[in-house]
Design a protein. Structure first.
Length: 214
């Protein structure tokens, strides 16, 4: 079943435990050059055609990320080269979190990698940005303020663990709560954040800096 995501500047692709794409947001369309209608419902490897930076095949029917998703875990970060429909390639940094939403889902947040040829230009831009606050930084800080102001301390703990890829049962054990209480916290925090799914809540937590994955 397709998963709906709210508007986000981050390219976000969600894969279920069968390896099918269930969400592909507008930013992913722009970054990967493929409309959601051509991606959702298809196996991820058929859409991404992913390679390692060295050029070795990464995506395939026996995808390691999907296998980990079935186990309720996922690689935190990896690099991948994806092929666009026009034949061009884009080098991606992929941050992945596995969450439970009826079934395990792997949420991939994609950003374009900086190649060596662009490092000098990027360094200049970073130096300029150190002197001013960018709109993107404002948005991230606003999201973090929204989380801290809207949620109780316990809800923030639950969201932080959820965004770190911890499953409902393990959250309950870590916080000494029942499984139903954890689910209630998740259901309560979503409307407070103005989101409609666990996936959206996790993306907001990652974007705001509430959770840093390494």
């Amino acid at each position: 079943m397709p998963v709906k995501l709210g508007a986000s500047p981050e390219a976000t692709v969600v894969i279920d435990d069968a390896g099918l794409v269930v969400s592909w947001n507008d930013a992913a369309e722009r970054l990967l050059g493929r409309p959601a209608a051509e991606a959702v419902g298809r196996h991820c490897h058929e859409v991404m055609h992913g390679l390692t930076p060295a050029g070795a095949p990464l995506c395939g029917p026996e995808c390691a990320v999907v296998a980990l998703c079935r186990q309720g875990s996922s690689p935190r970060r990896f690099e991948m080269v994806a092929r666009r429909p026009d034949g061009s390639e884009v080098w991606l940094d992929v941050t992945t979190v596995t969450i439970e939403d009826e079934r395990p889902l792997a949420v991939h947040v994609l950003t374009e990698s900086v190649s060596a040829k662009r490092l000098a230009g990027v360094a200049t831009e970073v130096a300029r940005r150190l002197q001013e606050t960018t709109p993107g930084q404002d948005a991230d800080q606003a999201a973090l303020r929204r989380i801290n102001e809207a949620l109780t301390g316990r809800e923030i703990e639950v969201l932080r663990l959820l965004a770190a890829g911890v499953g409902t049962d393990d959250i309950a054990k870590r916080l000494n709560l029942s499984r139903s209480t954890v689910r209630n916290h998740v259901q309560n925090l979503m409307p407070k954040l103005g989101v409609h799914s666990r996936v959206e809540a996790v993306v907001m937590a990652l974007k705001s800096g509430l959770v840093h994955l390494h």
